[in-house]
Design a protein around this ligand. Sequence first.
Ligand SMILES: [Zn+2]
Length: 88
Amino acid sequence: MCIRIRVVDVCPRPVAWDPDEQAVIIRRGTHPPTALTETHLILRDLDAPPGPVLLCHCGEPIPLPPLLAGLELTEVPVVTIRAVAHGA
Ligand SMILES: [Zn+2]
């Protein structure tokens, strides 16, 4: 089952993983770049392949909701650098 991204009105956290739906759920109103970065981190924890766009673990690009459409993964390198520094 492919990973999907859903935007919802009610969610305890700005971005969360819903294992039942196999979906990343984003609370409406979340700062879009933050939502994209958090989504990327969740996907990474799920062993989805890295790439310039968000990928499902099968390698297919995940359709982005309008909230995230057109955004680049600009904040991800920062997160990666932080992770590397943390591990060193
Ligand atoms: Zn898939």
